[in-house]
Design a protein around this ligand. Structure first.
Ligand code: UDX
Ligand code: UDX
Ligand code: ADP
Length: 481
């Protein structure tokens, strides 16, 4: 029986290991974490992350061949394969601050593995890290190995939150990078044998270590670039009277381009896109490729522009001030079907509105008040540190932020509504009721193109939808980004 241990019980480690346990009953999988509260939650009825389908998978395997534990060293010692899925935050100080990955957590994990191991192990890099990290980790481990042999593999995870279980059941591909030596190939084959329990052979791609590491950064950069491309076009659509949905559809029917991932939005969020692009930019700069770095930087610049353009639109259309006006925020998560708020565009939009002295009333079906307060007062990049090790940010009693548990409560007596996450339930709200309870003129700013603009205009709302032809009201109130 093969034993697997995964260090890091987060959004990647948790669901991935649960699916491996489900699909491979003969493998014992232990997920370990230094956070006691996170492990306690994995062992409870209320899992620490919201992910459709995850509860069922965990329930089927937990206590049989899937375990969650804080005994990190014991389980690493016992394992044949160790996955490492710890935080890789962006550095906030020193060399490469604001761009380079901070590999402190990774290095600690690697040293610990070398320290406690008494048998040969395969160490699998699961968190996204800069190209050549595996090589650095390999050096740390072999210099501390005391005669034990480690094979390092890169096996980046491509799951998207909200669809993680489906993505793990039926991935487009599984990528395994390793050394091109007999030992490296043997390690690749061992990991391949795990995935081939449920994934067709043809979908398991094997490459050298660096190709696997770079492919992950590249895939995220390409995806983010598509969104920035369509978002850049959305501002041109507003200026010219074209409709971005029609343009996206027409462009996406070209089979060379494809229809997916072309929805204009208030901006992309999530723990990966910005971090991975910043990483890519830093690697390019370090390798003497400033032109290439500049090219990818633009993807982030457009994303920032899109968020500030949205805030400016809100402020401009309300007579250039939102001071003391109540603005309802519907949706705080970075996308629907997740409670995750990492790098969510809602943070920048709320900060922008608060900067203009608005009162914001926030409703999200999955995000807690605690989380929202933390997000709004935390420094940039601090979110990516384990909560118990985070720099203490002052808890806020900010009087201008309220978090409520109902969309009608959030919008009551509001001047404007901003839709920032595409939760399905926002399509089905009773907008007549919302309109009746708002101050007039009543505005809806749809950052996700989820509402029917014509219907809302019939009710009496002034509506702004990203990339759609502008309401006459908005044409008279130009917003400058
Ligand atoms: C992403 C990648 O999709 C996944 O392969 C990788 O493993 C991790 O990063 P994730 O961040 O979970 O996954 O979500 P994703 O669905 O990619 O969405 C990212 C952001 O882009 C969200 O804020 C989403 O709302 C936004 N988005 C997505 C758009 O604005 N428009 C689109 O058309 C698609
Ligand atoms: C292009 C569009 O494809 C077509 O839809 C439009 O109507 C006119 O412009 P064309 O210029 O004839 O067509 O050729 P295309 O096959 O698109 O190639 C354009 C250039 O890109 C060529 O120099 C080609 O060598 C290059 N290319 C294409 C690459 O360098 N890499 C690729 O993967 C694809
Ligand atoms: P991801 O989205 O990549 O899964 P998360 O931040 O959700 O990232 O999860 C990373 C987890 O790794 C956190 O729960 C954190 O407590 C854990 N972690 C970080 N360093 C270590 C370590 N040295 N040993 C065990 N767990 C760690």
């Amino acid at each position: 029986m093969v034993k697997i241990c995964c260090i890091g019980a987060g959004y990647v480690g948790g669901p991935t290991m649960a699916v491996i346990a489900l699909k491979c009953p003969s493998i014992e999988v232990v997920v370990v974490d230094i956070s006691k509260s996170r492990i306690a939650a994995w062992n409870s009825d209320k899992l620490p992350i919201y992910e459709p389908g995850l509860d069922e998978v965990v329930k089927k395997c937990r206590g049989k061949n899937l375990f969650f534990s804080t005994e990190v060293e014991k389980h690493v010692y016992e394992a044949d394969i160790v996955f490492v899925s710890v935080n890789t935050p962006t550095k906030t100080r020193g060399l490469g601050a604001g761009k380079a990955a901070d590999l402190t957590y990774w290095e600690n994990a690697a040293r610990m593995i070398a320290d406690v191991s008494k048998s040969d192990k395969i160490v699998v890099e699961k968190s996204t890290v800069p190209v050549k990290t595996a090589e650095a980790i390999e050096k740390i481990m072999t210099h501390n190995a005391k005669g034990i042999k480690f094979q390092i593999l890169s096996n980046p995870e491509f799951l998207a939150e909200g669809t993680a279980i489906q993505d793990l059941f039926n991935p487009d591909r599984v990528l395994i990078g390793g050394r091109e030596t007999p030992e490296g190939e043997k390690a690749i084959q061992t990991l391949k044998n795990v995935y081939s329990q449920w994934i067709p052979e043809g979908k398991i791609l094997t490459t050298n270590l660096w190709s696997a590491e770079l492919s992950k950064l590249a895939a995220n950069a390409f995806l983010a670039q598509r969104i920035s491309s369509v978002n850049a076009l959305s501002s041109l659509c507003e200026a010219t009277g074209a409709n971005v949905n029609q343009v996206s559809y027409a462009v996406g029917t070209d089979t060379r381009i494809g229809p997916k991932f072309l929805n204009a939005s208030v901006g992309f969020g999530g723990s990966c896109f910005q971090k991975d692009i910043l990483n890519l930019v830093y690697i390019c700069e370090c390798n003497g490729l400033p032109e290439v770095a500049e090219y990818w930087k633009q993807v982030i610049k457009i994303n920032d522009y899109q968020k500030s353009r949205f805030v400016n639109r809100v402020v401009a259309s309300m007579f250039n001030t939102v001071s003391n006006k109540k603005i309802a925020i519907l949706g705080f998560a970075f996308k629907k079907d997740t409670g995750d708020t990492r790098e969510t565009p809602a943070i920048d939009v709320c900060k922008g509105l608060l900067g203009d002295k608005a009162r914001v009333s926030i409703f999200d079906p999955q995000v807690t008040e605690d989380q929202i307060q933390r997000d709004l007062w935390m420094n940039k990049f601090d979110w990516d540190h384990p909560i118990h090790l985070q720099p203490t940010s002052t808890p806020s009693n900010e009087k201008n932020v309220s978090v409520v548990w109902d969309a009608y409560e959030a919008t009551k007596d509001a001047d404007g509504v901003c839709i920032l996450t595409e939760w399905d339930e926002f399509k089905k709200l009773d907008y007549q009721k919302i309109y009746d309870n708002m101050r007039k003129p009543a505005f809806v700013f749809d950052g996700r193109n989820v509402v029917d603009c014509d219907k809302l205009r019939e009710i009496g709302f002034i509506v702004y939808s990203i990339g759609k032809p502008l309401d006459p009201w908005l044409k008279d109130m130009p917003a400058v980004a």
